[in-house]
Design a protein around this ligand. Structure first.
Ligand SMILES: *[C@@H]1O[C@H](CO)[C@@H](O)[C@H](O)[C@H]1NC(C)=O
Ligand SMILES: *[C@@H]1O[C@H](CO)[C@@H](O)[C@H](O)[C@H]1NC(C)=O
Length: 316
């Protein structure tokens, strides 16, 4: 009996204790929720700090880049941003043409010559043209002057190969805009380097390029090697690039890099942005590999030697 009572007493004691524990648990749960709100806030802050430091770390992986000459997000207008560099000796191996041959060398960037709308029209032109064929590797070119278009591992002449279809793909207005834009680019180069625009001539190759991250299949696809335009193409004196898509949103990677002895200076492409430079070894450069998306641009090249002049393209 005593045993039973005591067990009973113990039992009632036990249930008292259980109640206390439950109440305690309930209280603790309430406060632990209040406490966990603090924890959530703390975790959020920690996450932010983590994200920011990861971002800083990733951008510091760009340690190859010493300086950004023009960021994607800024508008360089109306005046070009000009960086002067000392001319190399490359020009001495060629005939000199007063009023054109570089005396002053350098590089410049401007967003004030071609509008984003014009860039979009030209990009559509490039898209339609390249739809006719295109490289198997990640880099295709379309040269409206010679008609050359990448096709598989080779090139085809669009004017010969597609003949009448061409007028379905390109309009007179497209070609007019192309000529107009090249004239404006020629004018800004002449003004920036103190040249007579009438003494500089469009030269080849002048072409559209489309690059994505697909692996190269032939040497023609390997656009990323450092090079000097005057060495690669003897006739070049001034090179310009008109970007038709946006770094960071249309594609990643694919920045243009001037490789100087004391560092790498980059230009971030932006639709409508023109960057131009004297073509000698003072402007050794490369294009970073495109890592995602598609990058469109036009390379417009000028020579001082009228024998290497090419004419504007026109519909056949
Ligand atoms: C790159 O472009 C080619 C041609 O349009 C296409 O076949 C290929 O799938 C593209 N690659 C990527 C990674 O988008
Ligand atoms: C410039 O870039 C190249 C290739 O990415 C790299 O090897 C070189 O170290 C860089 N130069 C400087 C000064 O950072």
């Amino acid at each position: 009996m005593a045993l039973l009572r005591s067990r009973n007493a113990k039992g009632s004691n036990a249930s008292e204790i259980e109640k206390k524990i439950k109440r305690g648990n309930a209280l603790r749960q309430g406060s632990s929720w209040r406490g966990s709100r603090g924890l959530v806030a703390f975790l959020l802050v920690a996450l932010c700090v983590c994200a920011i430091s990861t971002w800083l770390y990733v951008t510091s992986l760009d340690s190859d880049i010493t300086e950004t000459l023009a960021r994607h997000g800024e508008l360089v207008s109306p005046q070009p941003r000009v960086y002067t560099v000392q001319c190399s000796e490359d020009y001495e191996n060629h005939k000199r043409y007063p009023g054109c041959t570089p005396q002053k060398c350098g590089r410049a960037v401007t967003d004030g010559v071609v509008t984003r709308e014009e860039a979009q029209v030209l990009r559509r032109l490039a898209e339609r043209g390249m739809m006719l064929a295109g490289s198997e590797g990640g880099a295709s070119i379309l040269d409206l002057h010679s008609g050359a278009l990448s096709m598989g591992k080779q090139f085809v002449n669009i004017y010969r190969y597609f003949q009448d279809q061409i007028s379905d793909v390109f309009t007179q207005e497209d070609f007019k805009l192309y000529r107009d834009v090249r004239g404006r680019i020629q004018a800004v180069i002449a003004e920036t380097f103190g040249l007579d625009p009438a003494l500089m001539y469009l030269t080849k190759p002048t072409f559209f390029s489309r690059i994505n991250s697909t692996a190269a299949k032939t040497q023609h696809d390997e656009y990323w090697h450092p090079h000097v335009d005057k060495v690669t193409y003897g006739s070049f004196d001034y090179t310009s690039l008109l970007y038709l898509s946006d770094y960071g949103s249309d594609f990643t990677g694919g920045r243009f890099v001037f490789m100087d002895q004391n560092g790498n200076r980059t230009v971030e492409p932006r639709a409508g942005r023109v960057s131009f430079f004297s073509s000698g070894s003072e402007n050794l450069h490369r294009v970073e590999k495109v890592t995602s998306g598609t990058r469109y641009a036009i390379t417009v090249s000028f020579t001082c030697d009228s024998e290497h002049a090419i004419s504007d393209p026109a519909l056949p």
